[in-house]
Design a protein around this ligand. Structure first.
Ligand SMILES: [Zn+2]
Ligand SMILES: [Zn+2]
Ligand SMILES: [Zn+2]
Length: 340
C-alpha cells in the first residue's frame, strides 16, 4: 500500500483518512489516478464522495460524469447489513476496510473488476449474519463472495484460528483467498488449464469429498514441502486460493516497504547472505525471484521487530521451493494475461 499525500499541504495521509490531520482539508481516495483529492473541488475534474461516505464505511471518490452514486469498491456490494442493527453494522465497517484494500490491490494488478449487479461475469459481495442467514458460510460461488459478519469479531476469529490450528486468520486474508476463487474462473480455459494442472494438480477431483477427507483426516504428513498451508493441501482449488492470497500478501507488503524506502544493511554475515539491499516496487518487477528475495529479507526483519514487541510474527510461514514455483506461476500468468 502506497503512502499518500494531502492534495492541499502535502502532508502524509493514509488510505482510510477522510480529513488531513495537519490542515483539516476533507479528502477522498481517487482510484482513477491513485491519489487523494479534495471532493467537489475542480469543475473540470469533478469528483464526488461515494454514497457510503455518509455511513462512515467509504472514503473513495466517484467520477461525477459516471451516473452512479457508489464508488468502484462499493458498487460490488449486493447484500449489506441494515444500519439499525448496530452490531452488524460495526462488523461490516471493519470488513469494508479490508475490502477496500483488496480492491486497491486488484487495480494495481490490473485485474478486471466488474460488478455482478450489472454484468453476469462480474463479482458481488454478500455480507451476511449467521443468525439471519443459516447454512451460509464464508466462501465463493459463481462470482458471489459471501463473508459472514462474525468473522469481524476479533475474539471469535482468534478462537476459530486456534481451533482450526491455523497460523494466520485475518479479514484481509479472507478477501484475498475468496477473490482468488473468482479469478481462477476468469484466468483459466482450455488453452491454459494443463499448465495449471501441472503445478496445482487436477481440479476435477471431487471437491466435496476432498474437503470431507481434509476435515476428517487432516493434512498429509509432509504437507509443508508442497503447500503454503494445511488447508491448501485439501484440493487443487484451495491450493490455488491459498497460494493466490499469499501472492497478494507478499506484493502488498513489499509495495508498502518500497514506498517507505526501506533498505537493509544487517550487521551479521549470516543475515547478509539472506538479504537483498532494497525493496523494489513489486508491481514493476519482471522477475518474481527479485520480489521473493526482497520479501524474505523484509519478513525476516519485520517478524524480528514484532518479536521485540512481544507480538506474533506478521508472516508466520515458511515458503518451500514448490510454493515458490506456484507463486512464480501466478506472477507470470498475471504479467502475460490480458483478460477483459
Ligand atoms: Zn493537508
Ligand atoms: Zn464507496
Ligand atoms: Zn477457498
Amino acid at each position: 500500500m502506497k503512502v499518500f499525500e494531502c492534495p492541499n499541504c502535502k502532508s502524509p495521509v493514509f488510505f482510510e483518512n477522510t480529513v488531513c490531520q495537519y490542515c483539516n482539508t476533507s479528502i477522498g481516495y481517487n482510484h482513477y489516478l491513485d491519489v487523494f483529492d479534495i471532493p467537489n473541488n475542480n469543475q473540470d475534474n469533478f469528483h464526488k464522495l461515494c454514497s457510503n461516505f455518509d455511513l462512515g464505511v467509504c472514503n473513495w471518490l466517484v467520477d461525477n460524469n459516471k451516473n452512479t452514486e457508489f464508488c468502484l469498491a462499493c458498487s460490488l456490494n449486493r447484500t449489506v447489513p441494515n444500519q439499525s442493527n448496530t452490531d452488524h453494522f460495526d462488523k461490516w465497517t471493519k470488513l469494508e476496510i479490508a475490502k477496500h484494500r483488496l480492491i486497491y490491490q486488484l487495480l494495481k494488478l490490473k485485474l478486471p473488476i466488474k460488478s455482478k449487479l450489472v454484468d453476469e461475469e462480474g463479482v458481488a459481495f454478500d455480507f451476511l449474519s449467521e443468525n439471519n442467514d443459516e447454512n451460509k458460510l464464508t466462501g465463493h460461488a459463481n462470482g458471489v463472495v459471501t463473508i459472514i459478519l462474525s468473522e469481524a469479531d476479533s475474539v471469535h476469529r482468534e478462537q476459530l484460528r486456534t481451533q482450526m490450528n491455523e497460523a494466520y486468520r485475518t479479514l484481509l486474508g479472507h478477501f484475498r483467498h475468496e477473490i482468488g476463487h473468482y479469478y481462477w474462473e476468469l484466468l483459466f480455459d482450455d488453452s491454459n488449464i494443463e499448465s495449471y494442472r501441472n503445478i496445482f494438480g487436477d481440479e476435477r477431483e471431487d471437491y466435496g469429498e476432498a474437503l470431507k477427507n481434509h476435515y476428517n483426516n487432516g493434512a498429509p504428513s509432509h504437507w509443508n514441502q508442497n503447500f503454503i498451508s494445511k488447508y491448501a493441501s485439501s484440493h487443487s482449488w484451495e491450493d490455488w486460493a491459498e497460494t493466490w492470497s499469499h501472492y497478494l500478501h507478499l506484493m502488498d507488503t513489499l509495495e508498502t516497504a518500497h514506498c517507505f524506502g526501506i533498505t537493509f544493511n544487517p550487521n551479521t554475515e549470516y543475515v547478509k547472505k539472506l538479504v537483498t539491499n532494497t525493496c523494489p516496487n513489486p508491481y514493476k518487477t519482471e522477475n518474481f525471484k527479485d520480489i521473493f528475495d526482497a520479501s524474505i529479507a523484509l519478513t525476516c526483519a519485520v517478524n524480528s521487530l514484532n518479536r521485540s514487541m512481544g507480538l506474533p510474527d506478521i508472516y508466520p510461514f515458511m515458503v518451500p521451493n514448490k510454493v515458490l514455483q506456484k507463486l512464480t506461476f501466478i506472477h507470470n500468468l498475471l504479467k502475460k494475461q490480458n483478460i477483459k
